[in-house]
Every structure is written in structure tokens, then in C-alpha cells.
Design a protein around this ligand. Structure first.
Ligand SMILES: [Zn+2]
Length: 246
């Protein structure tokens, strides 16, 4: 590509980035993309014989057949290139939670789900991998409203789920272990990592009581309200994702 064309491309990208900063246009783009996405899902659900959408009380064999047919077709499509992983989230496996309504594109997220969103030794090791190997910069520890796993752990049913119950009751100690982990402390002190906690409203997926851990003082602090009103950082369209150590 000659220099003039590269320059023209750069100008076009800069113009587009500038356009994106106009809130009304940006919100309009979001509104339009939401509608197009809903339309695409409607078309797929209405016409797709290989997904699970149209199955009514299916047998395991029907589900497996549909999964195999769908995978056979989908795996022939080009795969999206691997992006950086900026976020690791520990959250409950409750089906009401929709992470895409919290983080948007989940390709940027290491998703660690378990009953009750507990932090124990194996989760701490997974988070070490996320920080050290995947380059994660923010850990979200997310409880949620109406957590069935936590209710079970405090009921007679706990006898049927002894391991989950034990992990739930040891959750606070697990958090303390995580925050004392040398990998986490070093990353926080070097300002490569922030650890946040919050509660997801299970009906809306809204994050409530968002707090950040400050390693120097050993305390949790609410995020300043001004952060929630800030314009989000906009990545340059010309920059690649460079934060991935692998
Ligand atoms: Zn739950």
C-alpha cells in the first residue's frame, strides 16, 4: 500500500474515532447495533434447525446430534483472532447471570464460574494464571442477589453438597488468601492489577456496591462516583492488543 493510501486510511480512522466521541452518535450506533443483534438472533432462532432453540423436550441424543451438527458447520467458519484478556471474573454459575451485559465482548474475559462464586485454592491458582500468563489487569469478584448455592449452604440440603457448602463457608478466608497471594500483591503494587468486588443484581445484571481493594491499606473502598460517570477509555483503532504476555 503506498504512503498516500496509508495516510488517507489514517485520516479516515482518526475521523471515525472523532465521530465516536460524539455521545449522541455513539448512543445511536449502540441502539442500532442492539436492534440488529436482536434481529439476527430472531432470524437464527426462527430458521435454525441445528441449534438448540427449537427443541421441545429433547432427548439427550437429540441435543448431542444438534450440537455436533452446529459445531461441524460453525468450525468451518473463520475463527476470530485471539484478543488480549483484560478481565478475570469469579462469579456464580447461576443461569440468570448474563456476563455480556456486564462486560460486553467476553473474548476479553477469563470467566471462572462455580456455585456461589467462591474463592478457594484452585480458584486462586486459576487467577494466578490469569494474571501471570494471560495478562489480566482487573479481577472482579462478583456475588449476586438471590444466590441459591449460598441458600443451600445454610439449609438442611447442605448435607447433600458438602464440598460446595464447605467452600462457601470458607469463602472469606479464601478472599484473604487471594489478597495475600504474592502474585496478586506484586501486580497490585506495580499497578498492573486492580481487584474489585461487587454484587450483581440478578434481575438486571447491574453491578451494585462496586469496591476496589487497596493493597497498601488492606481495605476495600467504594469506587468514586465520578468514575461511573467518566467517559470510557477508547482504544485506538490503529493499535493492536499488546498486553498479552503469551
Ligand atoms: Zn448463585
Amino acid at each position: 500500500m503506498d504512503k498516500n493510501r496509508v495516510s488517507l486510511l489514517e485520516h479516515w480512522v482518526q475521523f471515525w474515532m472523532w465521530i465516536r466521541r460524539i455521545p449522541l452518535l455513539e448512543h445511536s450506533a449502540w441502539w442500532l447495533s442492539d436492534r440488529l443483534y436482536a434481529l439476527a438472533m430472531l432470524i437464527r432462532q426462527g430458521s435454525e434447525s441445528m441449534t438448540l432453540h427449537r427443541l421441545d423436550n429433547p432427548s439427550p441424543e437429540q441435543i448431542i446430534a444438534n450440537v455436533c451438527a452446529y459445531n461441524s458447520r460453525a468450525s468451518r467458519q473463520p475463527k476470530t483472532p485471539l484478543s488480549a484478556t483484560y478481565i478475570a471474573v469469579v462469579r456464580c454459575m447461576d443461569r440468570r447471570l448474563n456476563l455480556s451485559r456486564i462486560f460486553g465482548d467476553l473474548r476479553f474475559v477469563d470467566d471462572i464460574a462455580n456455585p456461589g462464586a467462591t474463592v478457594g485454592p484452585s480458584v486462586i491458582e486459576a487467577l494466578r494464571i490469569a494474571v501471570e500468563k494471560h495478562g489480566v489487569r482487573v479481577i472482579f469478584l462478583l456475588g449476586h442477589t438471590g444466590c441459591a448455592a449460598r441458600s443451600i449452604a445454610c439449609s438442611d440440603e447442605a448435607r447433600d453438597f458438602p464440598l460446595i457448602t464447605a467452600t462457601i463457608h470458607q469463602h472469606d478466608a479464601g478472599i484473604a488468601d487471594l489478597l495475600a497471594d504474592p502474585v496478586m500483591i506484586r501486580a497490585m503494587v506495580e499497578r498492573r492489577l486492580a481487584v474489585l468486588r461487587a454484587t450483581i443484581d440478578s434481575d438486571s445484571d447491574r453491578l451494585d456496591d462496586l469496591q476496589r481493594y487497596v493493597a497498601q491499606s488492606g481495605n476495600w473502598f467504594p469506587l468514586p462516583k465520578s468514575w461511573l460517570l467518566n467517559r470510557p477509555a477508547i482504544a485506538s483503532a490503529l493499535s493492536g492488543h499488546t498486553g498479552h504476555p503469551l
